[in-house]
Ligand binder design. Structure first.
Ligand code: FPP
Length: 262
């Protein structure tokens, strides 16, 4: 055999992190809470509870490393299909998380934002989220952006409907709808130039997008890791960043120093 198949995900065991090339925006699909719990002989919700503690650890690690925006997929528009007790538990998590963690978010200058259909959440979940947003609004460091009751296709539909309404109202020409218009109509618009993640991490060995940030991930690097979310440590997170740094991002172009360029 002359050619060896390239592994899907390059490993990076002996390399160290380059602190000058930290991805600005990291998005994470936090998968595997249920499987982790099952492995431990615990109910599924115990996986979500442990997952919440890991959110704290990774938020702190990302902020310390200089990540500017961290988006976490906490609840999708499809997750309502889960058993009522699990949905109820997941709806209580933001309250528990912010009750215990807002002081530390403030110590670390981390600002909370939320994207998703928040008005469809239970009233106390909405209150917890809005309180955390207000209590951290003055912070200027990393943005901790929770995707809560979020779906990528729904987000695009809502954004396009808003643009269509502007066309009907005569405020916009159909021909003026371009990438910038669509970007500005999505739920990541408040992130400004940080709207598009540089790196997507998905835990638990699954390699799919599950309706997450479909527009914004167009040029992101994907890193899939084997650990279930509740087993992710800051060292595992750092390893994913090292894997990202091994990638060659070209955004559809060619390498700047490519000697073949004529
Ligand atoms: C996917 O694992 C995980 C979720 C649907 C929920 C993610 C939520 C957290 C990690 C906690 C969120 C914390 C805050 C602060 C809101 P799964 O249940 O699909 O796992 P499985 O695929 O193994 O069943």
């Amino acid at each position: 055999m002359f050619f060896k198949k390239k592994p899907l995900t390059q490993t990076s065991t002996n390399l160290t992190l380059d602190h000058d090339r930290i991805p600005k925006h990291v998005a994470i699909i936090m998968d595997g809470n249920g499987r982790w719990a099952k492995q431990q002989g615990l109910p599924r919700v115990a996986g979500h509870q442990r997952g919440m503690e890991v959110v704290k650890d990774i938020t702190k690690a990302a902020s310390d490393l200089g990540v500017q925006a961290l988006t976490l997929y906490a609840f999708s528009t499809e997750n309502w299909k889960r058993p009522a007790n699990e949905v109820g538990f997941l709806m209580k998590l933001p309250g528990r998380f912010f009750d215990t963690f807002v002081p530390e978010l403030n110590e670390n200058n981390v600002k909370v934002q939320v994207m998703g259909y928040i008005d469809q959440l239970p009233a106390d979940t909405q209150r917890a989220v809005n309180d955390a947003i207000a209590q951290t609004a003055q912070n200027t460091g990393m943005v901790l952006n929770f995707a809560l009751n979020y779906g990528g296709r729904a987000e695009i539909i809502t954004g396009v409907q808003q643009l269509a309404q502007k066309v009907v109202a005569g405020e916009l020409e159909a021909s003026e709808i371009d990438e910038t218009q669509i970007t500005n109509s999505l739920m990541t618009a408040p992130l400004g130039e940080l709207a598009d993640p540089d790196l997507l991490i998905r835990t638990s060995g699954e390699q799919r997008l599950s309706n997450f940030m479909l527009w914004q991930l167009a040029y992101a690097e994907f890193v899939f890791i084997e650990q279930h979310w509740p087993a992710v440590t800051p060292a595992v997170f750092e390893q994913a960043l090292i894997t990202y740094q091994m990638r060659d991002r070209r955004f559809g172009g060619i390498k700047e120093n490519n000697s073949d360029v004529k």
